[in-house]
Write a protein that binds this ligand. Sequence first.
Ligand SMILES: *Cc1c(COP(=O)(O)O)cnc(C)c1O
Length: 382
Amino acid sequence: MRDKSFLMIPGPTPVPESVLLEIAKHPIGHRSSEFSKILENVYANLKYVFQTKNDVFVYTASGTGAMCAALENLINEGDHVLCLVLGNFGNRWAKIASSCGAVVEKIEVDTGEVIDPEVLRARLAQDVNKEIKIVTLTHSETSTGAANDVKTLCKIIREHGAISVVDGVTSVCAMECKPDAWGIDVLVSGSQKGFMIPPGLSFLVANDRAWELHEKCKHPSFYFDWDAYRKSTRANSTPYTPAVNLFAGLNVALEMIKQDGIENMNARHKKHAMALRHALQSIGLELVVKDDNKASHSITSVLPPDGISVPDIRKIMKEDFDIVIANGQNKLKDKIFRMGTLGFVCDRDIITAVGALEATLYKLGYKFELGKGVSTAIKELA
Ligand SMILES: *Cc1c(COP(=O)(O)O)cnc(C)c1O
């Protein structure tokens, strides 16, 4: 049905009406005092959301832009970078590091698994000459739905002395993620995921240790240069023309997040992800991430029942129920489907999605106890 579409993909995510209306207004000048007031508010509220005392930079770029902004401000040719890889997004760090001329080493795990802290500890212990300058990791790996124990991993990285660079694109807002308290040296995120606004902005926060390494970076990125961004951010400005309408929308969305409370928002995401996981398991579906403790709270990957295809499930969900769910990526294409519960999502959406998925599977001939998933979700959410 026209205008009924509900996005349950891992970004873009649904956008609140008040944010959409704000974005729909005429653009304002980015050097106006009016815009500067918006920036002042946005920068302050971002520190609240990221739970940091450091400046949070906002780039007019998708999440990958902020990932480039991280590594292109830290790496010199020949630097040794260790990339902890759970899937596609972990691999993206490795590709960006290579593009900066780094010597890249990976620790990779099987689909749905997470990094074992002891494996990381053992690898870093071997590095007696401290050749590893940077360790990259992904908090919530969107391609599989697995989530690393970032707090523990960053503690191990800190003990070694390397700089930790964390992709929090589908974790910030959805999962507890505390750069200052956990010693994450650089953390990035993106607007179209937990922030409840459309694609086009991304975020980066770096601490003093990361800045020390940045000062040794001989050829930092021009567009993403940390020095230029710090100077402007502190002056409630931006170095170049930003996506002004998205900033206006972000301002409204951040007020909503603040009113809700970041802890409440995190807790709600956990409740939704667990309700969805248990509902799907109750109708006999197999999840890619078996252990609740290793699961992302923003994205759930599911294997289709035997004999039922992922494209058919996605097609009926879309055509009959106006719910858009994601396919697997690359080698997981048509092998799994992924349901996002990220950002502007409420209990009703979970119950509806489980109900629609049951109806879809019923139509496709899957044999299960009809209604069991919905009743499981209702009980878990209560
Ligand atoms: C979406 C996403 C990104 C960034 O992707 P863009 O398409 O550049 O916004 C990075 N990491 C993860 C884990 C993501 O889910």
